[in-house]
Design a protein around this ligand. Sequence first.
Ligand SMILES: *Cc1c(COP(=O)(O)O)cnc(C)c1O
Length: 389
Amino acid sequence: MKKIDVKKMDREKIVGTYGRFDLVADHGKGAVCVDEEGKEYIDFTAGIGVNSLGFCDDEWVKAVTKQLKKLQHVSNLFYTEPQARVADILTQRTGMKKVFFANSGAEANEVAIKTARKYSNNKYGNDINWIVTLENSFHGRTMGTITATGQDAYHKDFYPFLGHFAYCRPDDIDDLYEKVTDQTCAIMMEMVQGEGGVVNLSKEFVKAAEELCQRKDMLLIIDEVQTGIGRTGKLFAYEYFDVKPDIVTFAKGIGGGLPIGGALFGERACDVLKPGNHGTTYGGNPVACAGALEVLNRIDDAFLTEVEKKGVYFKEKLSAIPEVSSISGMGLMIGVELKKKNAKDAVNEALEKGLMILTAKEKIRLLPPLTITYEEIDKGLKILEDVLK
Ligand SMILES: *Cc1c(COP(=O)(O)O)cnc(C)c1O
C-alpha cells in the first residue's frame, strides 16, 4: 500500500468533530503506544478508559481471534454462547438479575432511560416520566443522552431536546429533594463524574438518592460507563457507596478495546422490557463478548486490590509535585488540578515528551490501563513532573 499523509487526509476527509492531539497511533503493547515514526509513548489514557488490559494483551488477543475464526456475528435473532457467559459473570458478581447488551455508553444509557420510563408508565400511567440527572454530568452524545447530560456546552445548537429532564446540583441533597417531584421516574448519576472533571460524589448524597428512589418507587440508575469494570478498584464504583442500584450501565472498559456496552438490571427493572420494546443489531456481538470475557476473567479480587494500590501510588507521587494543587478520583481514575499550567498545554507538552494523558474540564485526567506496571507508572510520572516544572 502507498504511504499516505494520515493527518492531512484525516483533516480533509473526516468530519471535524474531534480536536485531535498530534499523534498518529500505529501499534502498541501494554501501556506503550508507538506512532508511525516509531516514537514510543507511555499511555496514561487507555483509549479513554477502554483498554483495561492495555494494548494487545496476549491472552485477550488469543481469546478474541479464537472467536473471530469461529463466528463473527449472527445478530440478536439467535443465541450465542459468549453473550450468555458475559451476562452470567456480570450478574453473579453484582447480584443484579439480567443484562441488556449494546455497543456503547450512550446506547447503554438510552436503554436505561427507556426502561425507567416504561417502568413507571406500566405501574402508574403516562404522567410519571421525569428523570433527574446531575449538573456537570456526562451520559453520552445521542439526542437522549445529551439531554440527560447536565452541561449547557453540550446542548448549544441542538434544540429541541427530549422533555422532562431536571438537573440537580451534585452533592446538594436539598436540591435533590426539590428536583424530584411526584412525576419523577428515575434518578441517574455517575459515582465519579468523569468528563465533568473527575468529581467524586459524597456517600451521603448517593444514599439520599437511593432512599428517595425506594420511598417513591423510582429507579436508581448508576452510569458506570467510565467508572465500571475495575477502573476504581472495585468491579463497579457503586460498591464503595453501599447502595443497591436498579440499573447499572457499563461500556468503555469491558471489551478491552472492542465496542460493547450494556445495562445491568436489578429485581425491579429486569422484566420491564418485553420482546419488541428495544433492540440493536450488533449489541453483544460474539467477538466483543469474547474480549469482555477475557477482561472479566482477569479482573478478580487480587487484580482489583492491585488497581487500588496503584491508584494510591499515583496519588502519593502526584501530591509530591509542587505544581499539583489537588487530586481527585478513585483507583486508576485520577483528576489532577494544576496551580498555574493550562491542562491542554500540559497534554500537548507531555505528548511531545512521550506521555499520553487526558483532560477533564480544567484538570488533567489519568486513566492508565489497569495492567500498567510500576515501572511504566514511574516513567510516565517522571515525564509529567518535567512538564509541570
Ligand atoms: C464515555 C461516557 C459515556 C458515553 O459513552 P460512549 O461509548 O462514548 O457513547 C456515557 N457516560 C459516561 C459516564 C462516560 O464516561
